[in-house]
Design a protein around this ligand. Structure first.
Ligand code: BTN
Length: 327
């Protein structure tokens, strides 16, 4: 999308964001465009997942008001200096964008992050897409490094999950649970997913891109694009959710937790994880090449899953493991 198209889209959204009606003619006049051209931009916005509808004689309106991401507010100076957060409107994937900047040396400070209003190629785990409609959720990627190479990565994803759980509890009084190794749940439905991508040597320092997608207010029409039960944070709290603030809270909590993780590893987080483990002491099925049934006994010091089976206590390491609750 060209820069001028992006500016027009942002201007239209700034006008519609209040949830009020805005006529096609008024938009056309304000933007110096034809009505047909305005209609085309509205079509593009709908394709990006925005729930915009039109009423004859009144114009266009968003189904609910949204607060757009604001780079100035997000990066406003604070008492404690924070690593910069780059704000994209529409991008392919914040993980891809961050990887490119790490590779080119444009981003070097740990804790630096990229967020976007919408992703056109949002990446999920196992090569899946991550549905990323405009303006309704959080698409956030943060830079970190692991000193001990890839073996530390399993605990890292659990620590990232804990940062999300802590943030939701502290600022929104929401109790979220973690499904080992990468998912965040509220009331048995997925609210957030984590995708950690590493580059570097297996046993040496490696660069880490921590991507997280958190549903804030997923549009009602999203179900056809998502293949599992999902929920949004806004459904579970009466407190206002300002994404500009939430981004900063998450960055701060992630830096806090990951600094501890980098110094002392995962051991100090085991009890906290087990307390919020979605399947703690429940019968689960682990699906890898084969299926294994057992009672989930939480995680060990490395973040590996402990499964009590008929053959004894098994330790499940990362990899493509699916955990399905059995009761
Ligand atoms: C999952 O499959 O559960 C993980 C989803 C991770 C999605 C986030 S959104 C921000 C970042 N950029 C991406 O392309 N993916 C991650």
């Amino acid at each position: 999308m060209s820069k001028s198209s992006l500016i027009i889209i942002r201007t239209i959204l700034a006008k519609l964001s209040s949830g009020e009606f805005y006529s096609g003619q008024a938009l056309a006049n304000d933007l110096g465009l034809s009505r047909t051209s305005v209609a085309n931009y509205i079509k593009q916005l709908k394709e990006l997942g925005l729930d915009i509808y039109s009423v004859k004689g009144r114009g266009y309106s968003l189904s609910s008001a949204i607060t757009l991401l604001d780079p100035v507010q997000i990066n406003a100076p604070k008492r404690v200096k924070r690593p910069a957060i780059l704000v994209h409107e529409i991008t392919d994937s914040t993980n891809i964008q961050l990887q490119q900047r790490i590779k080119s040396g444009t981003i070097t400070e740990l804790g630096s992050a990229i967020v976007a209003e919408a992703q056109t190629a949002g990446r999920g785990r196992r090569g899946r897409n991550w549905y990323s409609p405009f303006g309704s959720n959080l698409y956030f990627s943060m830079y970190w490094r692991l000193d001990h190479g890839m073996q530390g990565a399993m605990g890292l994803s659990l620590a990232v999950g804990l940062a999300i759980v802590r943030t939701l509890k502290h600022y929104y009084s929401v109790i979220a649970k973690l499904k080992w190794p990468n998912d965040v749940y509220i009331n048995d439905k997925k609210v957030a997913g984590i995708l950690i991508e590493l580059s570097g040597q297996a046993n040496a320092d490696c660069d880490v891109v921590i991507g997280l997608g958190l549903n804030i207010n997923m549009p009602a029409n999203a179900s056809s694009n998502i293949d599992q039960p999902f929920t949004s944070l806004a459904q579970h709290t009466v407190l206002p959710i300002d994404r500009n603030k939430l981004i900063v809270y998450l960055q701060q909590e992630l830096i806090h937790i990951l600094t501890e993780f980098s110094q002392s590893g995962f051991a100090g987080f085991v009890n906290e994880f087990n307390d919020v483990n979605q399947y703690q002491n429940r019968l689960i099925k682990i699906i890898t090449a084969e299926e294994q049934l057992g009672i989930c006994r939480g995680v060990d010091d490395q973040g590996a899953l402990l499964l009590e089976t008929k053959q004894g206590l098994q330790t499940i390491f990362g990899g493509e493991v699916s955990v399905r609750g059995q009761n």
